[in-house]
Design a protein around this ligand. Sequence first.
Ligand code: HEC
Ligand code: HEC
Length: 258
Amino acid sequence: MIRYAIGTILIIGITALVGCDWMPGRPTVPQDDRGNPSSVHGFAPLWSVNCQGCHGETGMWGPARPLNDPLYQSLVTDEWLNKTIANGIPGTLMPPHSVDNGGWITDSQIEELVSGMRTAWRGTPPPYAASSPAIINWKKLKANATAGRTVFNTYCSPCHGENGVGAMAGSPIDSAFLALASDQMLRATIVCGRPDVGMPDWQGNLNGKPVPERAGLAPLSDQQVTDVLAWITSHRVTYPGQPYPAGGNTSPGFRGDD
Ligand code: HEC
Ligand code: HEC
């Protein structure tokens, strides 16, 4: 009896102390001050919340292409960056970010990201940037995949292996890789390289220095870039990743259909 009485007094006491409208987990400050995506401002916070997971903390060394790259920045327009961030790149892992497209950030935050990237990462592009093959609005030349294979086995095979099977660098014709990469991404990679991970640009330079694997070779022409891209993408398949390993997936933790 006494126990019930003590219990009742405790419950009444606690209710009196905390008030009736408090529930565990209920926010105590307005949601706007607690990380609402539209209240994040400034290039660094916007970048770290929305982009760095894929494009790297400093705009490089992420799984997706470095944007902290003066050659790349010199070849794209503000409008291109704006559109890419707002709409994403359909069919790839680059998500749409604008509220209109189901994302989290407003048009003015997208503007902040674009101008932040331009200020922080435009740097000094190499002198040949002005004559680089285009990486936007580039679908002009007629592509020849057979000629592209010869380009590959001259310019790319020292690092990516004869016929692209992979060597010091991975295989750019791997069907699973191609399933994740758009033509756009491949073209930008061939023209700008990936200065963070060791892939030279169309001139054969890596961070301002010629790579020995491209010694004696002229810069890639627009036609060669177009052709090698066509050869690489001719390896796209309907069911990427096959054939599956004989005997099925034996990885620990994999649950088959059996
Ligand atoms: C989930 C991973 C992911 C996130 C998050 C992400 N990106 Fe991307 N991004 C990618 C991938 C992958 C590509 C290349 C897609 C393709 O074309 O194959 C890409 C491509 C791009 C390109 C185009 C490159 C070109 O070819 O011109 C830009 C610009 C870009 N991202 C900017 C951003 C910005 C800015 C943010 C943050 C607001 C962001 N990305 C967030 C994965 C991501
Ligand atoms: C000096 C060596 C070297 C040469 C020459 C070279 N690459 Fe690369 N490439 C790399 C390295 C290193 C990477 C990054 C590591 C990896 O993907 O295995 C890379 C990555 C790539 C990627 C994937 C990029 C990404 O973001 O995942 C593609 C596509 C590619 N190279 C295509 C080419 C093509 C096409 C050529 C010829 C025009 C070429 N490479 C020439 C070294 C080279």
